[in-house]
Design a protein around this ligand. Sequence first.
Ligand code: P6P
Length: 347
Amino acid sequence: MDSSSNRVTTLEQFVIQNEQNFPYATGQFSKIIRDIVLASRLINREVNKAGLVDILGLTGDTNIQGEKVMKLDIFANEHMIDALFKGRMVCAVGSEENDDFIIRPDSEGKYIVLMDPLDGSSNIDVNVSIGTIFSIYRRNDAGGELTKAELLQSGAKQLAAGYVLYGSSTMLVYTTGNGVNGFTLDPSIGEFLLSHRDMRFPASCDTYSVNEGHYRNFFEGTKAYLRHIKSVSEVPYKSRYIGSLVADFHRNLLKGGIFMYPGTHQNPSGKLRLTFEANPMAFIAEQAGGYASNGRERILDIQPDGLHERTPLFIGNKEEVLLLENFIRKYGKYGRPVPTLESGNLS
Ligand code: P6P
């Protein structure tokens, strides 16, 4: 073995080396990750050639969110579901693309996967990075018919969470509750290689990510925070917003930052889904030293009522998210008029 090979760790090797960190029978998590990796490599192939074949354009269908479904959404959804059930570790899948859970009653699998198979798909035909997001839960060992309580667990019950980012390179980032590690796909050998060990948010946060086109509809607390970081804060902030959650989150994880998808007067729960987007990203964020909130409480503590439930999401450097919570607590949803520099009472 040449010395350089000592420096290369594949995702499969890493998972096996660390499978003692995953509760329950060894090897089960490595099988689920194997299934997700298979699907993500197929998705990656199609994403990379999306501009070259007639896979762009709308199918004419819409999903439960009322969003136009791009053909790649369907491709990603079908291959993730197929790989997970063929792997026989999974008994149920909840997908942003499906109205309800897909359940295999005859499966002996003990795991439930919730996923957004291709988040940010509206960016496909403008060549912006998109991603697959997944959460892994475990059902009760008693077996029998799956209950709502088993299917809709709080994010704190996740055994693992991760995302695949189809960007300038393809990366898989995941946690099993023992830190966050990132792997970059080497297309020449078709393997994800350990490239970002023990990922942590940087100590400082100088970037905020929010769609300011919705500013006029934000609640006062959110507006007050944005005014603070843009006019009072001694440290000038950068604004970076891609419009693709996985890409925005990944940049903030590497460089420091807060991502915000606030509630508005029209949509108090915002746009993002608690189960498919907020929970997995919140688990990763906390494992990387960050924090995720709906503005008032920890995302991972929220008990989902429905598979497609939406939530406001504020996620990133812990101190920054807590500062945001302070503004929301102080000004609330319909709090006092937003203070201004002129009024001198900005705090
Ligand atoms: P807006 C993509 O459609 C998505 O679900 C997330 O990936 C992204 O953060 C958000 O919506 C962007 O929404 O309203 O800013 O276009």
